[in-house]
Design a protein around this ligand. Structure first.
Ligand code: NDP
Length: 403
């Protein structure tokens, strides 16, 4: 029976904390701490029960010392970081100093510079090891489940993996001309980066959103999918070293892309500060403030997400083609948690990763990625906790691109 400190109380956190509260066989106490305490209080009063004690706190997680004080006040077994990637490093450092396990759902970023790489977190491996505690990086859906899917395929169906294509498709419609399904600032920073994939031991860089493939996907039909850089390409390339090519594709509608192009052209997606009426502002942070809050999209969003991996390789010298994916219905997710499917598909794996860690099923001292652990218990828990997956050999309904 464990105590968890959740940092952040936005869209993803709202699902993670509800799933933690549901899993009261593992978690007996939860502290929810974020910048805006009223959001934490809302969930604390809703979820506090005889099964789990829930406490609301306020924290500025940009400040390592604030996080240390909070950890020292409650002594949690694990810190689940579902704030923003800017807070990863201060929270990791606080966990090292207090010898507390750590989990996040996205690679660390710094505000002043768009882009992200796991190297900024992997450098903490020795410090976590010395402290005798574990950091689990990227326990969301992508990154997260996509890596677990790939390792499950490798464990059960392949001797060698040649290629992995990750497909993240959203068939949901929220009715707004332009809104993002998770934090707008983080989403737009990611989408406007150059596309990058791994091929024959090297990184190949192409202009942002310049390569499109069309896929016909279960539950959502035909989707335009664009090649993007995503952090799990980096960890998959490290832990499946024989893979010749690893790519990531995400679906975007024409309205989203047109708005994004205009916003980029006029400078609204810039991360560089400007002076406006005597005050320094960062255009993308201003944009974030006027776009719809992703946490408010729940009641408006209809349709499904479909996220999975197409994996090709060999077993017993014979070629194997395998597709594993999850479909998540926005309206069902909203009915259960008050959040749309993007938050749901991230919050559930965050709870699962934390549950496996505190039970010692996934354990170690140091900084780890999802690929380093037995995928089977995670796959079982996905089925149990609301993200059932399907698998398909020789998936003929997918357009087969060989480029
Ligand atoms: P939101 O913007 O909805 O929520 C972020 C939360 O963090 C808010 O509650 C915010 O507080 C809080 N926060 C921000 N800064 C601080 C700070 N300095 N100290 C304490 N709390 C802070 O974001 P999302 O829920 O959409 O995303 C959360 C994380 O999930 C992000 O890292 C995102 O990249 C990741 N993600 C991962 C996915 C995956 O599949 N792996 C998919 C989608 C998202 P306030 O309420 O005051 O603003």
């Amino acid at each position: 029976m464990s105590k968890v400190l959740v940092i952040g109380c936005g869209a993803v956190a709202s699902v993670a904390i509800q799933k933690i509260a549901q899993n009261h066989e593992v978690f007996k106490e939860m502290v929810i701490a974020s910048r805006t305490k009223s959001k934490c209080e809302h969930f604390a009063s809703k979820l506090n029960s005889k099964n789990i004690k829930v406490i609301a706190e306020e924290v500025d997680a940009d400040n390592k010392d604030n996080v240390i004080s909070l950890i020292q006040k409650y002594h949690p077994d694990i810190v689940v970081n579902v704030a923003l990637p800017y807070q990863n490093i201060p929270i990791m450092e606080a966990c090292i100093e207090t010898k507390t396990h750590y989990l996040d759902t996205a690679c660390a970023e710094i505000r002043e510079q768009a882009g992200f790489e796991y190297g900024t977190q992997w450098v903490y491996h020795e410090k976590f090891k010395e402290a005798g505690v574990m950091a689990l990086l990227g326990s969301g859906f992508d990154p997260g489940v996509t890596s677990v899917f790939s390792m499950y395929a490798k464990k059960h169906y392949f001797d060698t993996i040649d290629t992995i294509d990750i497909l993240d498709a959203n068939g949901g419609d929220h009715g707004y001309p332009f809104a993002t399904n998770f934090n707008p600032e983080i989403n737009i920073r990611e989408v406007t980066l150059p596309g990058r994939y791994y091929e024959n031991g090297k990184w190949v860089t192409i202009p942002a959103l310049s390569r499109k493939h069309e896929y016909m996907l279960d539950g959502i039909g035909s989707k335009d999918m664009y090649l993007m850089y995503h952090e799990e390409i980096e960890s998959l390339a490290k832990f499946i070293p024989e893979a010749k090519r690893i790519r990531f594709f995400m679906s975007f509608g024409q309205s989203y892309l047109t708005h994004l192009r205009v916003l980029e052209n006029v400078g609204m997606t810039s991360v560089k500060p400007i002076i406006f009426q005597g005050q320094e502002i960062v255009p993308i942070q201003f944009l974030r403030a006027i776009l719809p809050d992703p946490a408010s999209l729940g009641p408006r969003t209809k349709g499904k997400t479909n996220i999975g991996c197409i994996i090709k390789g060999h077993k017993d010298s014979k070629p194997v083609s395998y597709y594993v994916y999850n479909m998540c219905d926005h309206e069902e997710a909203y009915k259960e948690t008050g959040s749309q499917a993007i938050a749901y598909t991230t919050g559930v794996p965050a709870m699962i990763g934390a549950a496996l860690m505190v039970q010692g099923i996934w354990s170690g001292a140091g900084v780890f990625n999802m690929e380093q652990f037995d995928p089977d218990p995670f796959m079982d828990m996905l089925n149990k906790w609301g993200l059932p997956w399907k698998e398909n050999f020789n998936p003929v309904f997918i357009e087969d691109y060989e480029d």
